[in-house]
Write a protein that binds this ligand. Structure first.
Ligand code: LLP
Length: 413
């Protein structure tokens, strides 16, 4: 999963830091990320695509320290909200490396991004074009725009994270894109600079990706012939990662090899928006066993991390591998690993063969660096977890655990 994660004398370490000691010091549930792993992944992308702008998809993990690492490694950012823009600015990210997608950008968000003069708005509808044009005019700016096209390919992933199919709310149908481009060109305060597409997430088989890029390149050629100056070809993110032990994830160089030939005649700069493949396996969630419950036919391991901390299993029936922080030779048991939330859907694993544990033991839920903390909530009035970043033996708290006071800070009582 992560070469910086290893057992030493039966205890789990990340970049030389004992996870048991981290759990004891900072409490659980605790998110732990490896900075070196994040750096390596970005370097891999940059090596595979030396000319491209790699925009880290902030939605996967918007902690400003994580964004800062991306920035240090030369990456830009892909955002979907004003909040994510704010996180990028806190991290010192250059707005000229920020691209902004999203079907429902508000006036406030568009204005914020216009004032910061971001690289490109990935526009998803005609109406958004009109609003952006008007707003840019009022602010005396020109908005650089790519149209997000929907290439209608099936990324063969979970339906909730498939975004490039005809029936999805995202982008404009690639068949009508030509008219949308002509319309965009007619608007005074819009500068058409790119094409954007993103077909989905957790893609393990890259053939739909190839199909999408082919369709986008056809559109590119058409537009170039019509006199457009397309400077950016943004093909989105979506490369999958290893969640299950038997899975193998594609490497950025596999993608480069597959789409390189298709992009040969393209002069526009390639933009990529990887999120999960950068941070997913950089992080894990440490949780402590609270109680064990044996219902005869079924065993439950009740832990202190719930669906509010990591919603992916509840929301997508996602698989996250779970390993003990301290290995013991106690044999295995089939159990459900469940959280403390008052919902049947609150589980981290179902019918999982797992090392026999005792009350107080720590478990590490792997592959939790992407869409883990980022999707966490305060449901059941549970303060959000602490996040720590480790790098070469150094530990840094990058977000403190929330307190009960934090929970009610904005409440008026
Ligand atoms: N670009 C756009 C326009 C996107 O919508 C996304 C993800 C990305 C880039 C980054 O995709 P990645 O490289 O991370 O696959 N919460 C879900 C994943 C939702 C993905 C949404 N869009 C999950 O936990 O699996």
């Amino acid at each position: 999963y992560n070469p910086y994660l290893e057992y030493k004398d039966g205890e789990l370490y990340m970049e030389g830091v004992s996870l048991k000691e981290l759990a004891q010091e900072y409490g659980t549930p605790l998110y732990v990320y490896s900075a070196s792993y994040i750096r390596d992944r970005i370097r891999e992308y940059r090596k595979a695509f030396p000319e491209a702008l790699v925009c880290y998809a902030v939605k996967a993990n918007f902690n400003p320290h994580i964004i800062q690492i991306a920035k240090e490694e030369g990456a830009g950012a892909d955002i979907v909200s004003g909040g994510e823009l704010h996180a990028c600015l806190l991290a010192g990210m250059d707005p000229k490396k920020i691209v902004y997608a999203g079907v429902g950008k508000t006036i406030q968000e568009l204005e914020y991004a216009l004032r910061e003069d971001i690289l490109m708005f990935n526009v998803e509808s005609l109406m958004e074009l009109d609003v952006l044009n008007e707003l840019a005019g009022r602010l005396g700016r020109k908005a650089r725009v790519a149209i997000r096209v929907n290439p209608d390919v099936d990324p063969k992933t979970h339906p909730y994270i498939s975004t490039g199919m005809k029936k999805s709310k995202f982008g404009v149908d690639i068949k009508t894109a030509k008219e949308v481009y002509e319309y965009a060109r007619s608007l005074k305060n819009i500068e058409v600079v790119g094409i954007h597409c993103h077909i989905g997430s957790q893609i393990l088989d890259i053939s739909p990706y190839i199909e999408a890029v082919q369709k986008v390149v056809e559109l590119y050629e058409y537009l170039e012939n019509k006199g457009f100056n397309i400077q950016y070809l943004d093909v989105g993110g979506g490369l999958g990662i290893k969640y299950k032990p038997e899975q193998a994830a594609p490497h950025p160089s596999d993608l480069a090899q597959a789409i390189g030939p298709i992009l040969k005649g393209v002069r526009a700069r390639l933009v990529l928006e990887p999120g999960r493949s950068i941070v997913g396996n950089a992080g894990l969630l440490i949780t402590q066993v609270q109680f064990l419950k044996d219902k005869g036919h079924k065993h439950f391991i009740i832990v202190d991390a719930g669906m509010n901390d990591l919603v992916r299993p509840a929301m997508y029936e996602a698989y996250h591998h779970i390993v003990p922080v301290v290995y013991k030779d106690t044999g295995y048991l089939k159990a459900d690993v469940v959280g403390p939330i008052c919902e049947t859907g609150d589980f981290l694993a179902l019918d999982r063969e797992i090392q026999r544990v005792e009350r107080g033991d720590y478990l590490a839920v792997l592959s939790a660096g992407a869409y883990g903390f980022a999707m966490s909530s305060q449901y059941n009035a549970r303060p959000r977890a602490c996040e720590v970043l480790v790098e070469k033996g150094q530990v840094r708290v990058i977000r403190e655990r929330e307190s009960y006071e934090d929970l009610f800070e904005k409440a008026r009582v």
